[in-house]
Design a protein around this ligand. Structure first.
Ligand SMILES: Cc1ncc(COP(=O)(O)O)c(C=O)c1O
Length: 431
């Protein structure tokens, strides 16, 4: 500044003090993002030409592996939408009607009632669906949302950024990561607006039964809150339990279902997701939640029009064989993971994953001689073995790890062998 109190650059150029400053709230939020934490884990990793590839067990995007390549029918649908020349314009703010209709029919296959195109709002991946729901609900400082722990911290990041309090209920490891309904009820109050469940689960690999979801619905109904059902991993199940959509309970309690094509079609880069109102009693309309979603969409960017244009063909033409093959590879890699982890003494895995792409494992730090915590473990594992794993702190569970098994089977075996060597090398003597 001209009075000499500012930095040298401003003084020498004769510019007054800068008026701008960043939104400070954002600077603390990277700790709540998988990308932010993985960035720190990978920071010390030096990839040398020694022939050892990096093994990515940290994030849920297997699209780089040929065995997880998307269905040719999906590629054809997008190519045809592009070639048609009919999808070069802006979309409507809620999304193109044929795409919404086709998603409503696709989701209705598993419901006891029919959704209509008007129940579906298109978003830029499931991530934008989360962003919208958290923005729509937040009344600055006046309300709270109930989130699972361990969980997908993007919900907390978006809630907190909008000035809404995030409160955590527990998932119980010994009961297949079911919701602890007592802990849920204990944290709710008159300012609680909604609860989130992720099924199939990230980070736990859980799949909930019809009976458990029915109890969740009854509890939410009793509390007067609605359920946000994150079903981005819908149908990626490979254990005994079949996927049951939360929307089945839409007449007990209103449900906002969030989803996308990112995981089932293995195309996270195509950025096409949805918010769906599963609410045959029209509660979300009467309480104007639906109007707020529409208003939000009016002031935000849309998913690419040509991907929207491809949706009817993509859904109609993708063969069951493709879905079966993806699930079969996940079954195989979940088995590999389960068996190999049993052979690592400082790691315990409470339950075999039955869905999604992840498993949560507990680190026994007392067996390790020079590792401080989960973050330290992951940073050193990345540096020494070029294996990237997500520390539990990134999912709200200190001193656990989240391991992704959705990679090529041979790479997974290699990565888990290196994880074992690391643990052996750092074990206390006689362990
Ligand atoms: C539980 C959960 N919800 C939402 C998302 C975001 O999905 P999308 O890639 O469709 O934005 C992810 C991505 O990994 C996720 O794991």
């Amino acid at each position: 500044m001209e009075d000499g109190t500012s930095d040298g650059a401003a003084a020498t150029t004769g510019v007054a003090a800068w008026n701008f400053a960043p939104n400070e709230a954002l600077l603390g939020l990277t700790g709540l993002s998988v990308r932010g934490v993985l960035g720190k884990v990978k920071a010390g990793m030096v990839v040398e030409d020694d022939g050892r590839p990096v093994v990515p067990l940290g994030h849920g995007d297997p699209s780089e592996f040929p065995c997880f390549r998307t269905a040719p029918e999906a590629v054809d649908a997008v190519a045809a939408a592009l070639r048609s020349g009919e999808h070069n314009s802006y979309s409507t703010s809620v999304g193109l009607e044929p795409a919404r209709r086709s998603i409503s029919q696709y989701l209705s296959r598993d419901l006891p009632y029919e959704l209509s195109a008007d129940d579906v709002y298109l978003t830029s991946g499931c991530a934008q669906a989360i962003e919208i729901v958290c923005s729509v609900l937040a009344r600055h400082g006046a309300n709270n949302i109930l989130l699972p722990r361990p969980g997908y911290l993007f919900y907390e990041a978006r809630a907190v950024f909008n000035g809404m309090e995030a409160r955590y209920f527990d998932l119980v490891p010994d009961r297949g990561w079911e919701v602890d309904l007592d802990s849920l009820q204990a944290i709710a109050d008159g300012n609680t607006v909604a609860m989130v469940i992720v099924n199939p689960g990230n980070p736990c690999g859980n799949v909930y039964t019809y009976e458990h979801l029915a109890k969740v619905a009854d509890t939410a109904r009793k509390l007067g809150i609605f359920v946000v059902a994150d079903e981005v991993y819908a149908h990626l199940t490979f254990g005994e339990k079949k996927f049951v959509p939360m929307g089945v309970f839409g007449s007990v309690v209103p449900v906002l279902t969030l989803g996308s094509i990112s995981k089932r079609w293995v195309v996270p880069g195509w950025r096409l997701g949805w918010i769906v109102t599963n609410d045959p009693n029209g509660v979300l309309h009467r309480t104007k939640v639906v109007d707020s979603i529409k208003s939000y969409l009016d002031i935000s960017a849309d998913p690419p029009t040509f991907v929207q244009g491809a949706i009817p063909q993509l859904i109609e033409n993708t063969k069951q064989e493709f879905f079966d093959q993806t699930v079969e590879i996940l079954r195989q890699t979940a088995d590999i993971c389960w068996e190999k982890l049993k052979g690592i003494s400082c790691i315990t895995c409470p339950s075999k994953p039955e869905g999604s792409m992840f498993v949560m494992v507990k680190l026994d730090l007392s067996c390790l001689q020079d590792i401080k915590d989960d973050m330290d473990f992951c940073c050193r594992l990345a540096k020494e073995e070029l294996v990237v794993v997500l520390p539990g702190c990134a999912v709200g569970y200190k001193n656990w790890l989240r391991i992704t098994f959705a990679i090529a089977p041979s790479s997974l075996e290699d990565g888990l062998d290196r994880l074992k060597s690391f643990c052996v090398r750092h074990s206390k003597p006689n362990m």
